[in-house]
Design a protein around this ligand. Structure first.
Ligand SMILES: C[S@@+](CC[C@H](N)C(=O)[O-])C[C@H]1O[C@@H](n2cnc3c(N)ncnc32)[C@H](O)[C@@H]1O
Length: 373
């Protein structure tokens, strides 16, 4: 059963728009039962027209299609824009019932499942306004197999998986959203934008993963495996989207592949070093630097590779914060916490903390661990 979220129970239109959804009733219940649902989407302060979209523009890019660019300078962790989806629909992974285990014709089952999905998307499209319908139909479609209808093709080219919109009764299914502006973002294997989905505003939030200059293209990562090598990444993008990735990392692949292998092999911080240091078990003659040197090297390498949205980055920053607190180094602890908080917001959203707030967190930790005054 299609539903509209937030529910359309007033006569006035919602200024943030509404999303047409096809999801399990239990998922809908879980969304509606959140306290304070729905909230208006996040806005910037007064004097900014109230909306965040002014931070981006959409225009033609050398690949022939459209892309999104920054209209202002952005700092790491800055909210760039937030928007509700046209659709939120169970992913086509739910077509996984098509297993052929019953001895049926898998190809035929797939064709039928795709036809069924095309019909479902048609029902949702009919529930949208004329402007929304036109905007959806204007999105890119890179699917050229003849069994994929136009609505499904646009869906498969533009959908973002929403991992935190999980249903505890259907954990194998992902819900995906397609967005008017967010879905115009191109991919890079060293993306400068990360995103999270806010369950209370029911909107996606895009944030800067590093400093971005006005006029720079904004890119997200389509590839599921950012640390894979160039051949694997290019194959995955070519098979789903039909283009050869020419991003900075793909074109200078010998050094980029080496760096990614190293990052993968050292993804987990050496926490044992901190434990050894705390118990005075570190090797003879080493300084405090021995505890943190590997993680400092990793953070520097990850930033050089433009992989700030990967898990090892947040892990190593988190470890450095813990280590500096344990060692009583307030200045470095605040510095690492600030970086950690900025990237944590990119993954999980939330408000920016002031330097004073961060400093207070560190002071409390130092006091608790007996390292502070
Ligand atoms: C989600 S859409 C992105 C917006 C799209 N460029 C447009 O014009 O609406 C995905 C499609 O954009 C194109 N695209 C995305 N990233 C690209 C890149 N790095 N290089 C070339 N084409 C890219 C591919 O055609 C892909 O199928």
């Amino acid at each position: 059963m299609p539903i509209t979220l937030p529910p359309n129970n007033s006569h006035s239109p919602d200024p943030d728009g509404r999303t047409q959804c096809l999801m399990y009733p239990s998922t809908e219940d879980q969304i509606l039962s959140r306290r304070n649902f729905p909230q208006p989407i996040q806005r910037l302060g007064k004097g900014n027209n109230g909306v965040v979209h002014h931070r981006v523009g959409i225009s033609g890019f050398p690949n022939g299609g459209l892309g999104v660019f920054a209209t202002v300078d952005l700092k790491k962790g800055d909210l760039i824009f937030s928007e509700r989806a046209f659709f939120v629909v169970l992913s086509t992974v739910s077509l996984g019932e098509v297993s052929g285990e019953d001895g049926g014709d898998v190809d035929n089952d797939w064709r039928e499942a795709k036809k069924q999905r095309e019909k479902e998307l048609g029902v949702l499209l009919d529930r949208m306004s004329k402007e929304e319908r036109e905007a959806y139909l204007a999105l890119a479609n890179s699917q050229d197999d003849e069994d994929t209808g136009p609505l499904l093709g646009i869906w498969q080219t533009n959908a973002f998986g929403i991992p935190n919109l999980k249903d505890s009764q259907h954990e194998d299914v992902t819900n995906c959203g397609v967005f008017k502006d967010g879905s115009r973002m191109n991919t890079s294997c060293s993306p400068n934008v990360g995103w999270s989905f806010n369950l209370l505003t029911f909107a996606i939030e895009f944030r800067a993963a590093r400093k971005i200059k006005q006029g720079e293209e904004l890119t997200t990562r389509y590839n599921r495996h950012p640390l894979a090598n160039q051949t694997e990444r290019r194959e995955a993008l070519a098979s789903h989207y039909g283009f050869t990735c020419e991003c900075h990392s793909c074109t200078r692949w010998p050094s980029s592949d080496l760096a990614r292998t190293f990052i993968q092999e050292n993804a987990v911080p050496k926490r044992g070093r901190l434990a050894d240091w705390l118990m005075n078990k570190e090797p003879k003659g080493v300084s405090q630097g021995w505890v943190v040197e590997e993680s400092i090297k990793m953070v520097t390498l990850i930033e050089r590779e433009g992989l700030e949205t990967t898990v090892p980055y947040i892990e190593h920053l988190g470890f450095l914060f813990e280590a500096y607190c344990a060692m009583g180094d307030e200045k470095e602890a605040v510095n690492c916490l600030r970086k950690h908080e900025n990237i944590r917001r990119v993954h999980f959203g939330g408000k920016k903390k002031s330097v004073r707030e961060l400093s207070n967190v560190v002071k409390a930790r130092l006091k608790y661990s007996g390292s502070g005054q």
